[in-house]
Design a protein around this ligand. Sequence first.
Ligand SMILES: *Cc1c(COP(=O)(O)O)cnc(C)c1O
Length: 460
Amino acid sequence: MENNILKDIPDMNSLINHELFEGLERERVKRAARELLGELRSKVLEGTLRELPALDECARRILIKVEEDKIPSLRGLINATGIVLHTNLGRAPLGMPLYSDAAGIYGRYCNLEYDLKTGKRGSRYSHVESLICELTGAKAAMVVNNNAAAVFLMLLTVAKGKRVAISRGELVEIGGSFRIPEIMEQSGAELMEVGTTNKTRLRDYAAAVEKGAEVLLKVHTSNYEIVGFTESVTIDELAAFGREKGLPVLYDMGSCFMVEPKLLGLPEGETARSGIQAGSDIICFSGDKLMGTAQSGIIAGREDYIAAIKKHPLARIVRSDKLTISALEATLRLCRYPGEACRRIPVLAMLSAEPEQLRRRALSLAERLRSVCPSWKVEVCRTEDETGGGSLPNMPLPGWAVAVMPEGISVHELDERLRMGRIPVIIRINDGAALVSLRTLLPGDEEAVVEAIGSAYNGE
Ligand SMILES: *Cc1c(COP(=O)(O)O)cnc(C)c1O
């Protein structure tokens, strides 16, 4: 009996000549039709389909497939979670103005490794090196694909085959299986654990040096904080000690600011400049955390070390591409003018947003949402936003959100509709309400949130 229906499945030709497809690219229609026919066939064979859809219905489904085929897998979306550096949502957004400057580079040829003055070969690092040096006070700098690569390349070049002292309190795992002890092992450095998990003193490093430590490494404890009965050695103290002993001091800062956090109204946060000023021989950190730019790892410090890192055979494997370098250059140029940087670098603008300003935006968004979902309850409420990205783990940011409490559908259903919409909106669920945090909305996002929630309300 199943075989009978199999025979009735429409053939390709009668499908693709349907009037619905007039004006559409034939290859696209064919591909979608083939997919539908395959699905029908397997459902019939499985026994889950007993009656075939009519020809018109088949054509309608093919049209939907043609439309769906145009939606890319990697898409822009709206981060309404209030988590500024959301690891799953691509960490730092560059913002459309900075992005447009940078993206122009992808559309054409550029002087990536070409010196326009001499007409000879140039270096890709030259576009950002002097800017990094100006902003950090370092003598030399380079960039690589991400900070994990920066740490690895730094250890490989400076610490391979050497004994490296690091505090037991800093043997961190960052996520995605990036663990300091394993990275050290892979780089050929020999780990010398110093102190204890909660307490490490300078004399512990001194004991390690007595036993033959040749390099001192400090790692920022990015995603956790050891509190209570604790003691640790600051980078200033460690660097001074390294200088006294004539040993290189490497500092994986993880995330740090390129502009003073005080200008953002934040009580704490290290800057790249403070890492260099402390006396580290090399610092490295992520570009797409608190600096707020494209995914990258920035390495800065002593000229001889940086020159060696640039020349390392594996540097090529982790090098940055032209789009990244262009985005970095644009961001670094802005960082020279902190006021402008705070306004135009989205991560900095989000971190420095005043609660009062967020509250006003929340009130205005709530007003607009009430008109598109009149039978749902919509209120504004306080939130604790986060920096995220393992950057400032214990510093909640007081913020404001709009809380939407749907009627007739569950908040989880609303969450799904928002995720699956034309422009996905990622929200937080709290106490039966969908929270739209204002802090992480980019210019134009409010408009799109209203549209998305309106569509979800109408069951689209
Ligand atoms: C985030 C982080 C890294 C990894 O940086 P990516 O840019 O994600 O590769 C390494 N070390 C520390 C301390 C970090 O915080």
